[in-house]
Design a protein around this ligand. Structure first.
Ligand code: SF4
Length: 447
């Protein structure tokens, strides 16, 4: 068998696509750990932030010497940077053989065959109308993962002013519900206990397709699969979060009490310029209703600081929103211009040092809030799905609560894949610490 090395940047959608590429190649290639051992090197890229894109150019640039010593080595750049750059990428990285956009990764075997036939380099960044990713059923040789991702839709129709996704992943297309259910069932048969349904905006799942269920209805169907104990989903656009979906948190036991609800900014003026299509008041009203329906829900969010034109007063409103909502965790970034994004043409850019100052203030505030929330867990008994030994300390086990907190805890061996009760005895900034009490696998049992 030949060897493939794959490196993935960016979001969970990219991780999922990388797994699919390995599955598409499985009859010919086995994965390897080092680029120098590989016959095929694939770099699955992200262009959402400038930093990630720079890393890709750095990594692929350094592969030049391998290609020089082994001309038969095939190097592919896949995903969003490939889509954004197309042919241009070959000018900067002439040693690359494959440039495949996020749709084209599902055509990888055809593209590879062309390179082998001497027809390379192959650039495939075409958005084929009505394209749907094919059903590629997961197979795990020997190892039994406890949790897995399942993409339920591709692309996005929202065109937030700062975002490249609609340009790099195309318009929104939902996968047929029967394929999603078949994929989840296949995962569960192989021991998976928790799935996360993925999409750029899962809340609008199926709205463009005739006869498809709503996202909430799909979620209920997925949750009813025997042997599946937990379901999560991401990402949710606040404008599309409706009562039907909120009720799932209270009514479907498998749906975990955690929601990632990106707000991006606290000022209505900035939200309008970002084209987010909700106001601060509408967002806060949804949070209020969500907590009324499910008081224990944990919320996380994304924040962009220094969007063009963001004034001190606008920024203060982001800080006050963080205080008001009290997220369990946030992912915060300095705004950066991205090719193809509308805001790149906005003139009133915030200076770099001011963006850094604002980001530091966001971190300082959120660190305090996260710490206070984490401390409030001490003394509680939490349900944890055990993922295995803790990467930081193999003498401890690790897993997550229903609210998506990482818990490292002492407990007996052999608990991987089990649902257990853990007494929380301490916390750090990013995790909780505890002690195993008992195993509490649900009556739903095995698949
Ligand atoms: S909802 Fe907005 S931020 Fe999210 S992927 Fe779509 S355009 Fe980008």
């Amino acid at each position: 068998m030949k060897k493939v090395f794959i490196r993935t940047f960016g979001c969970q959608m990219n991780e999922y696509d990388s797994e699919r590429m390995l599955l598409l190649l499985k009859d010919e290639y086995v994965p390897c750990a080092e680029p120098k051992e590989a016959d095929l090197i694939l770099v699955n890229t992200c262009s959402v932030r400038q930093k990630a894109e720079e890393k890709v150019y750095g990594l692929v640039g350094r592969l030049k010497h391998l290609k020089r010593s082994r001309p038969e080595l095939v190097i592919g750049v896949c995903g969003c940077v490939a889509q954004q750059e197309g042919e241009k990428l070959l000018k900067r990285l002439p040693h690359v053989d494959l440039v495949l956009g996020p749709q084209a990764v599902y055509r990888l075997p055809e593209a590879l065959a062309k390179v082998r036939a001497g027809e390379g380099p192959v650039v495939d960044v075409e958005f084929r109308k009505g394209f749907r990713q094919p059903l590629v059923l997961p197979e795990f040789d020997g190892h039994r993962p406890v949790k897995a991702f399942v993409t339920i839709m591709q692309g996005c129709d929202n065109f937030c002013a700062y975002c490249v996704v609609p340009h790099t992943r195309g318009r929104e297309v939902s996968r047929p519900p029967e394929e999603i259910l078949a994929e989840v069932e296949c995962l569960v048969r192989q021991g998976v206990r928790e799935v996360t349904l993925l999409g750029q905006n899962v809340n609008s799942y199926g709205r463009k397709e005739k006869g498809f269920p709503s996202f909430a209805a799909l979620l209920r169907e997925v949750a009813s699969i025997p042997g599946l104990w937990r379901v999560r989903f991401t990402t949710s656009h606040p404008k599309d979060l409706d009562e039907e979906l909120m009720r799932c948190f209270a009514e479907v036991p498998e749906v975990c009490e955690h929601l990632h609800l990106p707000v991006q900014a606290g000022s209505n003026r900035v939200l309008a310029r970002m084209n987010r299509r909700y106001t601060r008041e509408e967002y806060l009203e949804k949070v209020r209703r969500l907590r009324e329906i499910c008081p224990e829900i944990a919320l996380t969010t994304d924040i962009i600081v220094g969007f063009p034109g963001e004034t001190d007063e606008d920024f203060r409103q982001t800080l006050s929103l963080l205080e008001e909502v009290r997220y369990h965790e946030i992912f915060s970034f300095k705004y950066s211009d991205r090719p193809l994004a509308r805001s790149t043409a906005f003139e009133d850019k915030v200076p770099e040092e001011e963006k850094a100052r604002r980001l530091a203030l966001v971190h300082e505030l959120q660190n305090r809030i996260t710490r206070e929330i984490n401390e409030s867990y001490i003394g509680r008994v939490e349900e944890v799905l055990v993922e295995g030994p803790s990467p930081g300390n193999p003498e401890l086990l690790t897993g997550r609560t229903r609210t998506n907190h990482v818990v490292n805890f002492e407990g007996p061996a052999g608990l991987k894949g089990q649902l257990v009760h853990v007494l929380i005895e301490g916390c750090g900034q990013h995790s909780l610490r505890g002690r195993y009490l008992e195993t509490v696998n649900p009556p739903k049992g095995e698949a």
